[in-house]
Design a protein around this ligand. Structure first.
Ligand SMILES: *Cc1c(COP(=O)(O)O)cnc(C)c1O
Length: 366
C-alpha cells in the first residue's frame, strides 16, 4: 500500500488495506496460507519467520498506523516483546498506573531479573521533565483502560525525547483509525487487535508498529527467536474483520453518544466517562489528537450487587471482559483487580441499534 496517497477516507482504507495486486486468478480478498515449511528459494522458508498472510495484515495495519507493523499472537505478546526488545538491565521504565493491568504485572513479575526501575504514572498526571527523567522507555495508554483518561502524546513525546527515552503508546482503545501515535511523535504504537480491530470476538492477536528500521529489525528478530508468532488463520480472521472497522466504529460511537446522553442525568449513575462527549474532562485533549471516538463508556453504579443485578436484567448486554466487538458487553473492572470503585462498569457499545441498546440499558437500571 506504500506510495498511495493518505488522503483517502477511513472506509476506503479499511476495505482496501493489505489487498493483493489485482490480476487473473488472484483471490479478491486475502486468503490464509497455513504452511509451516515452504519450498526454498523465495521469500518464505518457515512459518515462524515469515508468512504471506502476516505480510498482508502487516501491510494493512502499517498503512493505517503510518509506519511498519509487526504482528504477534496476542496484545500481551506484542506489549511484552516491545518491553523485552527495548529495555536492558537497570533501565528506568515509565508505565501507566491506570492502564491495562497485565503490562504492569509483566514488568513486575516476569522481568524482575532485569532489575528495572519502574515508575508508575497516572495517564492524567501533569507530565514534566521530572516524570520522565532518566527513562529508557515511556509507555502511555491513551485513552486509558478502563478510566478513559487521556494524555497529550505530542507533549509527553517532546519531554521524553528530551530525556533520551523512547515513547510507546498502547493504542488499543483508539484503534489505528481513531488515533495515529506515530504521527503525533511516538516511536512505537502497540495494540491488542483482539478488541475493535478484529471486532468479532473470535480472535486473539496484537501488533507493534514503528518507523525506525533498526527498531523494526530488532522486533522482528525477537519475534522469530522467541516464537511469539500469530497463527495464519487468526491473522486472516483479523484482516477480514479490519475491512469493516470504519463502519463498526461509527456505529459504536453513535451508540456511545446515545448512551452517554441517556445516562448523563440518571439518578443511579455516577462517574460517567466518554472522551467523545464535550463535557468529558478528557475531551479537549482527545479532540485534538484523536481522529474519532470509539464505543467504550465507563460509569459507576452503587455497588458490586447493583452491577450484577444490572447485568442480569439486560437482554442485549453480555457480561464479558474485552471490548470493541460487534456485541455490546459490560465488565465490572474491580473483579480483575483494577484499582477502581467496586461498581465501576466498563461498557463496550456494540453495533446494535442505538434505540434498542439505550432502551435495554434504561430498563435494566429501572
Ligand atoms: C486487552 C488489552 C491488552 C492485552 O491484549 P490481549 O490481546 O488480551 O493479549 C493490552 N492493552 C490493552 C489496553 C488491552 O485492552
Amino acid at each position: 500500500m506504500s506510495g498511495r496517497p493518505d488522503t483517502r477516507g477511513d472506509g476506503t482504507r479499511c476495505v482496501h488495506a493489505g489487498s493483493a495486486v489485482a490480476g487473473p486468478d488472484v483471490p479478491l480478498a486475502p486468503q490464509p496460507v497455513l504452511a509451516a515449511p515452504f519450498h526454498l528459494g523465495g521469500e518464505d522458508f518457515y512459518g515462524r519467520a515469515s508468512n504471506p498472510t502476516w505480510r498482508a495484515l502487516e501491510s494493512a495495519i502499517g498503512w493505517l498506523d503510518g509506519g511498519e507493523c509487526v504482528v504477534y499472537s496476542s496484545g500481551m505478546a506484542a506489549v511484552s516483546a516491545l518491553l523485552r526488545t527495548v529495555l536492558g538491565a537497570g533501565d528506568v521504565v515509565v508505565l501507566p498506573s491506570d492502564g491495562y493491568y497485565l503490562a504492569r504485572s509483566y514488568v513486575r513479575d516476569h522481568m524482575a531479573a532485569h532489575g528495572l526501575e519502574v515508575r508508575e504514572v497516572p495517564t492524567a498526571a501533569r507530565w514534566t521533565g521530572e516524570t520522565v527523567r532518566g527513562a529508557r522507555l515511556v509507555l502511555l495508554e491513551t485513552p486509558s483502560n478502563p478510566g478513559l483518561d487521556v494524555c497529550d502524546i505530542t507533549a509527553v513525546a517532546d519531554l521524553a525525547h528530551a530525556a533520551g527515552a523512547l515513547v510507546a503508546v498502547d493504542n488499543t482503545t483508539a484503534t489505528p483509525i481513531g488515533q495515529r501515535p506515530l504521527e503525533l511523535g511516538a516511536d512505537l504504537t502497540v495494540a491488542s487487535d483482539t478488541k475493535a480491530l478484529s471486532g468479532h470476538s473470535d480472535v486473539v492477536l496484537g501488533h507493534v508498529s514503528a518507523r525506525d528500521p533498526e527498531l523494526l529489525a530488532r522486533l522482528r528478530a525477537e519475534r522469530t527467536a522467541s516464537g511469539a508468532v500469530p497463527g495464519p488463520f487468526e491473522t486472516w480472521l483479523a484482516h477480514r474483520g479490519l475491512g469493516t472497522l470504519d463502519l463498526r466504529l461509527a456505529r459504536q460511537a453513535e451508540n456511545a453518544a446515545a448512551l452517554y446522553q441517556a445516562l448523563r442525568d440518571h439518578p443511579r449513575v455516577t462517574g460517567l466517562r466518554w472522551p467523545g462527549a464535550a463535557a468529558d474532562p478528557a475531551h479537549p485533549v482527545a479532540r485534538q489528537q484523536m481522529r474519532r471516538f470509539g464505543g467504550v463508556v465507563t460509569f459507576v453504579l452503587e455497588s458490586t450487587e447493583a452491577v450484577e443485578e444490572f447485568l442480569a436484567r439486560t437482554t442485549l448486554v453480555a457480561s464479558a471482559t474485552s471490548f470493541g466487538g460487534l456485541h455490546s458487553t459490560a465488565d465490572r473492572r474491580a473483579r480483575w483487580g483494577d484499582a477502581v470503585p467496586d461498581g465501576l462498569v466498563r461498557f463496550s457499545c456494540g453495533c446494535e441499534d442505538p434505540r434498542d441498546l439505550v432502551a435495554d440499558v434504561l430498563a435494566a437500571l429501572r
